[in-house]
Design a protein around this ligand. Structure first.
Ligand code: NAG
Ligand code: NAG
Ligand code: NAG
Ligand code: NAG
Length: 379
């Protein structure tokens, strides 16, 4: 709309004037405070470009946002999130994985049975921030930071879809290390992640190669993912969620097969070469054991493995060499316990639970961080 357009009536002139004034005042807020801007409903492509330029010139505001210990009100967040609508890339000097652990449970409290797993992470990562996301935090987060996706999220038919989807938004917005509650730390994971912009893992070969027969490219799994904020892989994942909503299999709708699909699309672009490389871990590092509940299926499949590709036979030999021991390896940094909470959701939700601060006293107030990130005044 142009301010100089002729208008037939006084009322329309007045209305137009108001609109122009409003637009100007937005622009004013914009330029005066740099990247301290209103939420994306008023952002146009042009604005996003400005933000990106701004981000690439001013170091400190980005640092302020990425820094996990800052107590300053961040100025960047809204702009940062609007990078979702931009094809531009964040400078590679910001491509560090922030030291934040994210976990999620879709109900108030945390089942007591997970307290031990959680503590393995906080004990081995004393300098990391610990963020525990409850369902209510995710609702606040999406409605504040990604309002366009609230309906999609609400309409997912099963909890596991919401648990899957939230992690893509969280990693895109804040970065850090996302972990399922049945992950346990064996040692500090810093060495594994330092110097990499984004780290994903293949699923245990007993699953990906023997069970799913993904012989050429073992599939990725989303129970352990670490990335810097605004990574284009998660932008791609978020933007693809609406397309996958109609998939009948929840693994393809939002889960590991969805992530794997996104990874293949990503790998076929040139994004991988612009400071946004993906590091794909061998399962022995953080996903070393298989689901014991699948042992008999694995044995059966391996017994009838004639005419299978070499990779399949190799995975079977490795499975048989374990002699049901299912041990972790000397090089393993973490393990996945295959608890499958979503298969017994009601039982888990009615099991004894604790407050997260009973388990991790220094757990970050996630509500506060969301508000700081996605509302104008950060309060
Ligand atoms: C950006 O930050 C780095 C490290 O904090 C600093 O060395 C560098 O001088 C900064 N660059 C600008 C343009 O402020
Ligand atoms: C990724 O792309 C490279 C080269 O384009 C190719 O060699 C590799 O097999 C691809 N990986 C997957 C998992 O598709
Ligand atoms: C992406 O980057 C990783 C790490 O540098 C590399 O191993 C992989 O082959 C790359 N894929 C493509 C398609 O270039
Ligand atoms: C977390 O922060 C919010 C917003 O600042 C505040 O209302 C709430 O009381 C805080 N919760 C706790 C447990 O401190």
């Amino acid at each position: 709309m142009r301010c100089s357009q002729p208008t037939p009536t006084k009322r329309r002139i007045l209305a137009l004037g108001l609109v122009c004034l409003f637009t100007l005042s937005l622009h004013h807020v914009w330029t005066k405070h740099g990247i301290h801007i209103p939420w994306s409903s008023v952002l146009q492509r042009h604005d996003v470009e400005l933000v990106v330029q701004k981000l690439s010139k001013s170091n400190d505001s980005v640092e302020m946002y990425v820094s996990s210990t800052t107590t300053t009100t961040s100025k960047v967040p809204a702009a940062w999130i609007s990078l979702l609508e931009s094809e531009d890339h964040v400078r590679s000097s910001q491509n560090e994985i922030p030291k934040i652990i994210h976990q999620f449970w879709d109900a108030p409290g945390v089942p007591k049975a997970f307290a031990g797993n959680i503590k393995t992470w906080t004990k081995k990562h004393p300098k990391w921030e610990y963020w525990f996301w409850q369902a209510s935090d995710v609702r606040l987060f999406l409605s504040t930071c990604f309002p366009e996706y609230v309906q999609l999220y609400k309409k997912y038919p099963v909890t596991v879809n919401r648990a899957d989807a939230m992690r893509y938004f969280v990693l895109f917005a804040f970065g850090g290390l996302y972990l399922d509650l049945d992950m346990v730390a064996i040692k500090a994971n810093d060495d594994l992640l330092n110097g990499h912009p984004c780290v994903l893992t293949e699923e245990t070969y007993e699953h990906s190669i023997i069970l799913y027969e993904r012989v050429k490219h073992p599939n990725l799994i989303n129970a352990y993912m670490a990335c810097h904020p605004a990574h284009p892989l998660f932008r791609m994942a978020i933007k693809d969620l609406p397309k996958s909503r109609a998939e009948r299999d929840h693994l393809r709708r939002t889960g590991p097969f969805f992530l794997d699909h996104i990874y293949h699309v990503y790998n076929s672009t040139n994004l991988n070469k612009t400071g946004h490389e993906l590091t794909i871990l061998h399962p022995n590092m953080v996903m070393p054991t298989y689901d014991k509940g699948q042992a008999s299926v694995l044995r059966r499949k391996c017994m009838t493995s004639r005419n299978k590709p070499a990779a399949f036979n190799k995975a079977c030999r490795s499975f048989q060499n374990r002699k049901m021991g299912n041990q972790v390896f000397p090089e393993s940094y973490a393990n996945h316990l295959w608890t499958h909470t979503y298969m017994a959701e009601r039982r888990w939700k009615s099991s004894p639970s604790l407050k997260i601060t009973d388990i991790v006293p220094k757990a970050v107030n996630v509500t506060r961080r969301i508000l700081r990130m996605c509302t104008r005044n950060g309060s």
